[in-house]
Design a protein around this ligand. Structure first.
Ligand SMILES: Cc1ncc(COP(=O)(O)O)c(C=O)c1O
Length: 387
């Protein structure tokens, strides 16, 4: 159906930071399938594990115990502050599960009608409940009536915290770095106060780490950098290196609100998806891997800083680690299209932000190649704009 306006490129192969077109032309991929192929395309360790699993078991449903699912759940719990995991197949489903868990928790505790505060410019997915949770009119428009129970407040705003204190919702759900909404980081002091408000008023804190999780911002999960302990976290994208998988993690006392039969998924946590998840998580959570992410992203940020000096139409560089946004005076999509001509894949985030999401495995050589290509694109853009 006509749900995407696709760029004129047909991709048939991928390896590391590159993809090849049907004409066998190589493109440097700074999109990673929208923050998904964090280990680059076809990472050999994940490929090998998947090949072994392919000849062993594909699918059984959740009517039985699944050792691979249990192993991935154990690993996720070990490497986070959460106690239990629900598996699904996408980010929207992970958030949908989080919303249902919040509501079940409220009902279980005989709280008044469950309500969830989310933030303006947030993005939480394309199912009806996650569209309702999303704080962008353009995502909701045309799908009314919206499911009830969501309140959108301004992000990074202290008045919002006051409103939360007064409203006492069941939960507050946020991205600690808004990706789709323009690459905007949550202010650490604001998050600290939000977290203590939630503790004080017994409001659940839900972090949507669908885009920021799995090493994307330099730590395994972004909440670690904020020194807060959320009650629920959602993951998807990078968890399976491109194999579809989503997860909703929760603290024991919150997870207990889900009783047998209350939620489910036929495919969720199937052996193939969990095999991809186990290999991916084991690689990304290694200290040496995250150290390299920090080093290469530092180099990338430094290079981008100097481009800011050369091209005044770039207003600001934002983001963290390998989730970077450049706010420009102009249309981001024009730069994305020009980059395609230079065999460089880029993204936009809203009308005027160019978004860079390179694989976390990029080398210094990839950064150099990127800077060469991107500088050329920016020069062309400047010439066209001044014609
Ligand atoms: C923060 C966030 N949450 C949820 C989603 C939805 O994930 P999916 O497209 O896998 O449903 C996205 C997708 O971009 C996202 O960035």
């Amino acid at each position: 159906m006509n749900t995407y306006s696709r760029l004129p490129l047909s991709i048939q192969k991928g390896k590391g930071a590159y993809v090849w077109s049907d004409k066998n032309e190589a493109y440097l991929d700074f999109t990673s399938g929208i923050a998904t192929c964090n280990l680059g395309h076809c990472p050999p360790e994940v490929q090998k594990a998947l090949e072994q699993q392919l000849s062993n078991l594909w699918h059984t449903s959740n009517l039985y115990h699944l050792p691979k699912q249990e192993e991935l759940a154990r690993l996720l719990v070990e490497k986070s502050c959460f106690d239990q995991v629900f598996f699904c197949n996408s980010g929207a489903e992970a958030n949908e599960a989080a919303i249902k868990l919040v509501r079940a928790f409220a009902n279980n505790n005989h709280k008044k009608h469950a309500s969830i505060v989310t933030f303006q410019q947030s993005f939480h997915g394309r199912t009806l409940a996650t569209v309702a949770a999303t704080g962008q009119e353009k995502i909701k428009s045309g799908f009314e009536p919206m499911p009830e129970g969501f309140i959108h407040l301004p992000y990074n705003d202290y008045q919002s915290l006051q409103t939360i204190r007064e409203l006492e919702p069941t939960a507050v759900m946020l991205e600690l770095l808004q990706g789709e909404g323009g690459v905007v980081r949550a202010d650490p002091d604001w998050v600290k106060e939000l977290s203590s408000t939630c503790k004080e008023k017994e409001i659940l804190l839900v972090v949507d780490e669908v885009q920021t999780g799995m090493g994307r911002t330099g730590s395994l999960f972004l909440y670690e950098q904020y020194n807060v302990e959320p009650d629920i976290m959602t993951l998807a994208k990078g968890l399976g290196s491109g194999f579809p998988i989503g997860a909703m993690l929760a603290k024991e006392e919150v997870a207990a609100a889900f009783k047998s039969g209350m939620h489910g998924s036929t495919f969720g946590g199937n052996p193939l998806a969990c095999t991809a998840g186990i290999e991916t998580l084991n690689i990304i959570s290694e200290e040496s891997f995250l150290k390299n992410v920090a080093e290469q992203s530092q180099l990338l940020h430094t290079e981008l800083e100097s481009l800011l000096d050369d091209f005044s139409f770039i207003k600001e560089k934002r983001g963290k680690g390998m989730l970077i946004g450049l706010e420009i005076n102009g249309n981001a999509i024009d730069i994305v299209k020009m980059a395609l001509e230079e065999k460089l894949l880029l993204l936009s985030a809203g009308p005027n932000v160019v978004r860079l999401l390179p694989p976390l495995t990029i080398t210094q050589e990839d950064v150099v190649t990127f800077v060469q290509k991107f500088t050329k694109v920016l020069q062309q853009y400047m010439e066209v704009e001044h014609e």
